[in-house]
Structures are given as structure tokens and as C-alpha cells.
Design a protein around this ligand. Sequence first.
Ligand code: GLN
Ligand code: ZN
Length: 766
Amino acid sequence: MVLSSVLGFPRIGANREVKKAVEAYWAGKLSAEDLIKAAADVKKSSWTSLKERGVDLIPSGEFSLYDHVLDHSAAFNAIPKRYQGLGLSALDVFFAMGRGRQAGGVDVPACEMKKWHVFDSNYHFVVPELSEETDFKLLYNKALIEYKEAKAAGVVTRPVVLGPISYLVLGKAAKEASATFQPISLLPKILPVYKQLLSELKAAGVESVQIDEPILVLDKGADLDKQYAFAYAELVPVAPKIMLTTYFNRLDSNINFIAKLPVAGLHIDLVRAPQQLGEVLAAIKSTPIVISLGVVSGRNIWKADFAAAIKYAQTAIAALGADRVIVATSSSLLHTPVTLASEKKLTEQQRDWFSFALEKASEVATIAAVLSGSQDPKVSAALEANKVSIAKRRQFESTSDDAVRKRVAAITPDMYDRKSPFATRKEVQAKHLNLPKFPTTTIGSFPQTKEIRTARAKLGKGEISEAEYDEFIKKEIEMVVKFQEKVGLDLLVHGEPERNDMVQYFGEQLNGFVFTQNAWVQSYGSRYVRPPIIVSDVSRPTPMTVKWSSYAQSVSTKPMKGMLSGPVTILNWSFPRDDVPRKLQSQQLALALRDEVLDLEKAGISAIQVDEPAIREGLPLRRSDWDEYLQWAVDTFKLSTAGVSDATQTHSHFCYSDFGDIFPSIQRLDADVISIEFSKSDMKLLHTFKQYGYSNQIGPGVYDIHSPRVPSEKEIIERLQTTLAIIPDHLMFINPDCGLKTRGWKETEASLTNLVAAARWARANA
Ligand code: GLN
Ligand code: ZN
């Protein structure tokens, strides 16, 4: 019998119930009890749907109202001091860590967030802050609570727990930690808490538990062999059967020590790294380890190819026997939308290409049933239907846009480079833009208010005309421009009110994309994005942003910065095609953007920002794969920007960019100005800029925009002082960490006023 399994499920709810409830709770419009109730309803519906679809091993415990790593820290009492003793409920401490809190005399910033797991997805987790003083104890057993909750709803689940080594390695040293402190040194201290957690599960009758150890697919996993041996020797005897779970990449040589662990099972990702199957099977053949094969993608929305999945599974069955093989999703389905059933506007042809989380659950169940020799006519019908769908998609994929393909083939090396070196450009731009020393600017978006969302929704429903909507957006732009003039910013933006999302907006205007109505995927906390889907060759039928940027310029005498999303980011934040390389998709996007950049320049826009916040996130997880990616990623960014004259100032922006280790590539982008998320980082990154002699302009973010908290003028000045000790003053721009779209107007005005005051201080004193 081959069992089927799903490693994790989206949290939002089919109708965004959880997002709405969380936000209503924050706004004081919903009680804690009602929030918990809303979450319980969504969990229950997910569990029962997975059961109905025939999934054998159903996850529980991975649900979160914000982030599961944060849940883990909260449950394990890894709560930094600044959140303690504030008189807050456990729930409010949890949210304060996630998003900061500034109310009722409490003023604490949020913990740092990083991209999951320092990996290659747009999901952000809240970084555990650890030190010698961290006093781990189990405040509550979330895995057990949710196991019982599911059981009460009639569903027996396999609880999911983030593994001790990955948890610690994902953490960072808290400020109070000693200089030599390494989070992993807490392993002996955290294991007793895990033992308690796992033995409570066992006592409650839990048969098996999924322990996520994604660090095992990283290069650094190799140095942790002793810790893994130590930890799992301690845990296995007291725990239910452990399914050690890895995803997003290959284990490589780490399999050698993993195969020696006393765990009951090992999950590997065969969508991202099918090539590892042979090696893994060989390594575990003579052990009792069960293999869980991730054959249905948890990262994409394409229908699984059953024939291919079955072939992999048969290889595993031939090596280990059917009882030692499980068919699973490659990773948690957290990174996919809930259900295709919510999509009413896809054509029949398009609908036939895709599978979202619930459909993927059916896929693993069907594949497992086929492998188990099921005679159920529904199973054979599903197998046949899949064959037909996959054949149709391959047929569609073979029809390419010749004009686009030819243009890509005709790219020449000179198209990657600006006409003159930066030093020359800087002088020309100084005259052309006439910005003061320490120019102040923002990253692009201004608050996306309810009015804006309502107007967009009305346009969507046909309740207002295109012309009425345009009028509304123009008014909004004018207001944002006047606001920036009033506050005293130097390089203005139009505020991006016309954009639902920085990627979706472009996708909607490009050929080659398909859109969904409800395909929401969590980015962080209650923030969800709806990635477009690239289905065929990409091109730009008409200008996408020129109308808005030039309108903004027409109502101000100050220079206006045009705002685009970069090719690598559009690619990384879309669901990409899986029939052609990412490089080709990025090149096609770059050519479309290059035309847009030149059109903006022609329309009199003298500064153009091409955001690449996702460039670091697209980096392959294994170092040996980096060079190939960085070559095309940087090249395609340059291809999109380098067409302009010397006088046009190119900007780029990065958030959460831990890019110390890819610094030469950041340099190679050759943007005139880069702005980076920085307010919550230490100075290490700036030292890297110095060390490499970075000579273009740079705006290290001076305040965090993920939180409604207003930074004081003094705080910003202090931030500038530390920054100016490292970055030469003539290269400095002053800006927030990122765009302001998720912020309210009140805090935006207060924060930017303080930012401008700090810039004035710098002009006078630095
Ligand atoms: N220009 C975008 C904005 O301001 C950039 C967003 C981002 O970097 N994530 O919203
Ligand atoms: Zn950003």
C-alpha cells in the first residue's frame, strides 16, 4: 500500500476568512475569541477537505495566524525581553513580535523578518532572537492542541513540527548575546522541550509526526552532521514515528549522515531535485527508513504529470517495496492558493492546466491509489484525464511567439551596458536633476487606502467607467505629489495608486500572463499576494506606466521618479512556466521593460527605478548553482535599464536583501542609485559596500515600513550617523526601507516629516 501525504496547507481560507479576521482583530473590530473561532473554522474545513479527497497523512499544527516560526518561538518561550511584562495577552505578545505595537503606552518594534528559510520563496518568517539567556520551555503544545482539534472534527492528522536544528539555525543572536554566541549552541537546552512536546504527542496516541528540517538541503547542513546525530538519537525514543522532512532542494552528500539517523522516514523534494532519487534510495536501502517522495509541486500551480510521478515512485518501490514508499506534495502547500474552484474567469483551456492546493491533494491521493493497484474506476478515470490534460498543455507550450524569440536571439552584449561609466553619469545627472545633498525620496508606493481599493473593485465590476477610474487615479496622484512637496521630499514618485500589486500590475499588461481572481499566497503576516501565471512568451503590447508617471510630472516642478518592477522580480513573484528555463522568461521580460524604460525617458521622466527586491530570493540554495543564476539575473536587469542616456538616473530597490555574499553581482547591476531595506539590519552590509569600494549612490532605509510605528526624528538621525560613518556623504540618499502601500496616511505623514527633518539635520551637520 502506498500512502499519500500533504505536508502543509494554506492558512488564508478559501474566502480569505483568516486574513480578514486577523485584520479585524488588529483594528479592534473582532474579539480574540471570534478570531480563534474564525481560524478554527478554516482549519476544520481544510482538514475535512483533505480527508474527503483521500489524503492519508494530513498535516496539523502548521497553521498560523501570522507565521509558524513565530508560533514556535512563542510556544517555546523564545520571547525577547522587550515584549515581556507589557501586560499583553499571549496573543498580543505574539502579534507584537510579528508586527510591532504602538498603542496604550506600549511602543515596541517588530522582530526581524526574513524570507523563508533564507530560502528561495517570498514567504517571510519572523527570525528567532536567541541568546545564552533564552529560557526555552513549553508554554503550550501547539502541535498537540491542533491534533486534538482535528481529531474532534473527525480527522486524524500527522502533526507538523519545525525541527530543532533548523529552528536554531534560522535564528539569530539577540543583542544581549555574547559576541561569540551561536544559536546552534542552544541545542542541548532546547532538546528537553522538544522531548516534552513529542512525548506528549505520543501519549495522546499520535502515530507519526512530520519534523521539518529544511536546513538539510543547504550547504551548511553538511557541517551539522554531529548535531543531527545527537538530536535525533535523543528525540526518536520518546517521539511518535518521525518523518524527517526536507524540501526545496537536494540533499547531496548530507544523505550520508541522514541515512544513519534512527528516524522512521525521510521526505525529499523530487520536483526541485529529481536527480537525487537514485542516490537517496541507495543510501537508505539497507535501513528501515520509509521514503516520502515529493512529486506534486508545493511551489507551483501546474497540474502534476502523473505518468512522470508514477515513474519515480516505481523506481522507489522497486528498491524498497511499496510499504516503504509514500507519495507527497514536494513541500507544504502554503505557497499555493487554496482551490481552483474559486476561479470563475479562467477559460476551459486554462483551467485544465492548473492545480491549486486542494486539487494537488487529490493528485497525491490519486497517484498513491494508482500505485497501490486501486481498481476504483474513478482513479483510472482521473489517470486518463491527467494524460489528456498534460498532452494538451504540451501542445500549447509548443506554440511560441516567433517575434519574441527572434528578439531574444538578437540580444547583443552592448545592450547590457550604459553609455558611460558611473562617474561621468553622476555629473551629468547632478546637473539634469539638480537634487540637494542627501536627497530624500521614497520607494514608490503610498498608502493603498480603502477608497483606492473600492475604486478598483468598482472598475472590475463595471460600476464605474475606465474614464472615471482614470480621473480618480489622477486625483490620487496629484494629492500624493502635493503631499510630498508639502512634506519637503526631493525626488518625488506618483505613489503607485493604480497598482494592485507590483507584479500583478505589470503581468496584467503584458502578453503571456494569466490571472486568477483568488489565487492568494501568503507573503508575511496578513499580507497576501496574487502571483500572475506566466503561460507563454512575454511581450509588451503598449506602454504600461507612462501615462501615470508623466501625469505626476505634469503637476510638479520637482523631478519625478518612474517606477517599474524588474524582470527577475516579476519572474520570481509569478508562477513561472515550467517548460522553458527561467533565464529565457527573464530575458523576455527584460526586453519588454527596456521598451518601457525608454518610453518613460522620452516622456520626460529623468529618474527611473526598476525594483529588484526578489533578486536575492531567486538565488539557488546551493552555492554551486549560484554563478549560472547570477549571470542571467544581473544581465537581464541591465538589459532592462541600460538603454537610457547618461542623464537619466536609474534606481533599483531591494528588500530583505541579505546580499553580502553576492555583492559583486549587486555592483555589476550598475544602477545609479540603489535603495535597500536596512533599518533593522546591522552595519555588516554597509561594511561590505565599503570593503568592495562600492562607488554608486545608495539609500540604506532609515525606518521600517512593515510596522505602523512612527520613527522619531532622533532615531532617524542616529541611524544616519551610524550609516555616514561608513558611506561617503556624497553617495547617500535618504529613504524608508520600502514602499508605503501597507501603511496608513497618519503614520506616513509623521514618519516622512521626521525623515525630511533628519535630512535637513544631515545637510547642516554632516
Ligand atoms: N516600488 C514598490 C513599492 O514602493 C517596491 C515594493 C517592494 O520593494 N517590495 O511598493
Ligand atoms: Zn522593498
